[in-house]
Design a protein around this ligand. Structure first.
Ligand code: ADE
Ligand code: ZN
Length: 332
C-alpha cells in the first residue's frame, strides 16, 4: 500500500470543520435560486475566482456573504448532507461540526431552524452512512460578549444536541479574554469548550484560551511554536491542536506547504490532528489535506497513522469507540 492508498484506507475523525465553510458553489447557486436571493456572481466559475484570499478577514467577508442564502431548515439540511457525503468518500467516520448561529440569527433566521436542519442531517448520516457526529456552536469573536451570552441562552434548551461551544471569526484584536465569562457559564452548563487561537493571533491568545477559557482543544494553534514554554505546556497536557493545512496555505498563515510546521509539532509530541476547516473555500476536504502535507513534508506511513490515531484521541467520542477505531488503524 502506498501513502495515497493508506490515506484513503485510514478511518479518520474530523474535529475542525465549519459547516458554512463546506458550502459548494453549485449548491449555493441552487439554494439562492430557490430562495429568490440575489448573489453577486453570474456563474460557479465566477464564485471560484473570488476565492483568492490574502488573510483571514478577506476570506471571512466572502464566507459570511455566501451564508446569506441559507434561510430554511431544508437549506441547512442540504448543506450538512452534502458534507456528510464527502466524509463518506474520505473515510471520515466521525465528525465534530462547527456552526455559527449568529451568522444566521442576525439575519432573522431562527436558532431552531439552523439546529433542526443540521440535526436531521446528522441523524441521517448515522443511519444511512454510518457516520457519527457532534455539533459545536461557535461564538463570533468580532461580536460582543453580550451577544455571545444571548446566543448561549438560545442554546440552553438544546443542550443535549450541542456537545461544545467554540470561538471563531476575526482573531486579531478579539482575544479569548473578551469571552472569559461566557465560556465560564457555558462550562457550568455542561458544555465542553474549544477555541480558535494562534491561527493569525499570537501565542498569548493560546495561553488565554488555556488559562481563561479552559479549553479542551485548541483550534489551529500553529503559532504556538513561537513560544517554547507554551510548547512544553501543550505537550505535557496532551492538549490537542486541530490543524488545517490547506486553510493555513490559502489564508497565507504559511507561504508554502513545505514550510508547514505540522510535522515538527508531531515529532515534538504535540497532539496534532488534520482537518479541512472550510473545504469548499480552501481547495479540499480531509483526504486532500492529508495528501497535501504528505507530499510537501514527506510523511511516513507511521506518521500518517499517528495523525489518524490523534484524531480519535482528541475527539469527544466515548473511550470504547475511540479504542475500537485506534485498534483498526493499528491493524492496517
Ligand atoms: N470561521 C470559519 N473559518 C474560520 C477560520 N479559519 N478562522 C476563524 N474563523 C473561521
Ligand atoms: Zn476554523
Amino acid at each position: 500500500m502506498n501513502q495515497a492508498e493508506l490515506i484513503r484506507a485510514l478511518p479518520k475523525a474530523e474535529l475542525h470543520v465549519h459547516i458554512e465553510g463546506t458550502f459548494e458553489p453549485e449548491l449555493m447557486f441552487e439554494i439562492a435560486q430557490r430562495n429568490h436571493i440575489d448573489i453577486p456572481y453570474q456563474s460557479v466559475e465566477e464564485i471560484k475566482q473570488a476565492y483568492n484570499f490574502h488573510n483571514l478577514q478577506s476570506f471571512l467577508d466572502i464566507y459570511y456573504a455566501g451564508a446569506n442564502v441559507l434561510v430554511n431548515e431544508r437549506d441547512f439540511y442540504d448543506l450538512a448532507w452534502a458534507y456528510f457525503k464527502k466524509c463518506a468518500e474520505d473515510r471520515v467516520v466521525h465528525t465534530e461540526i462547527f456552526f455559527d448561529p449568529q451568522t444566521h440569527t442576525e439575519r432573522g433566521v431562527a436558532f431552531e431552524i439552523v439546529l433542526n436542519g443540521l440535526k436531521r442531517a446528522c441523524a441521517d448520516a448515522k443511519e444511512q452512512l454510518g457516520i457519527s457526529s457532534e455539533l459545536i456552536m461557535c461564538f463570533l469573536r468580532h461580536l460582543s460578549e453580550e451577544d455571545a451570552f444571548k446566543t448561549l441562552e438560545q442554546a440552553l434548551p438544546y443542550k443535549s444536541d450541542i456537545i461544545a461551544v467554540g470561538l471563531d471569526s476575526s482573531e486579531v484584536g478579539h482575544p479569548p479574554s473578551k469571552f472569559e465569562r461566557v465560556f465560564e457559564k457555558a462550562r457550568e452548563e455542561g458544555f465542553l469548550v474549544v477555541a480558535h487561537a494562534g491561527e493569525e493571533g499570537p501565542p498569548e491568545y493560546v495561553w488565554e484560551a488555556l488559562d481563561l477559557l479552559k479549553v479542551n482543544r485548541i483550534d489551529h494553534g500553529v503559532r504556538s511554536e513561537e513560544d517554547p514554554a507554551l510548547m512544553q505546556r501543550l505537550i505535557q497536557e496532551k492538549m490537542p491542536l486541530t490543524v488545517c493545512p490547506l486553510s493555513n496555505l490559502k489564508l497565507c498563515v504559511v507561504d508554502d506547504m513545505k514550510q508547514h510546521n505540522i510535522r515538527r509539532l508531531l515529532q515534538q509530541g504535540v497532539q496534532v490532528t488534520v482537518n479541512s476547516d472550510d473545504p469548499s473555500y480552501f481547495g479540499g476536504y480531509m483526504n486532500d489535506n492529508f495528501v497535501a502535507i504528505q507530499e510537501a513534508l514527506d510523511l511516513s506511513q507511521d506518521e500518517l497513522k499517528q495523525l489518524a490515531i490523534n484524531s480519535f484521541e482528541a475527539s469527544f467520542i466515548a473511550d470504547e469507540q475511540k479504542q475500537k477505531w485506534i485498534e483498526e488503524i493499528k491493524a492496517i
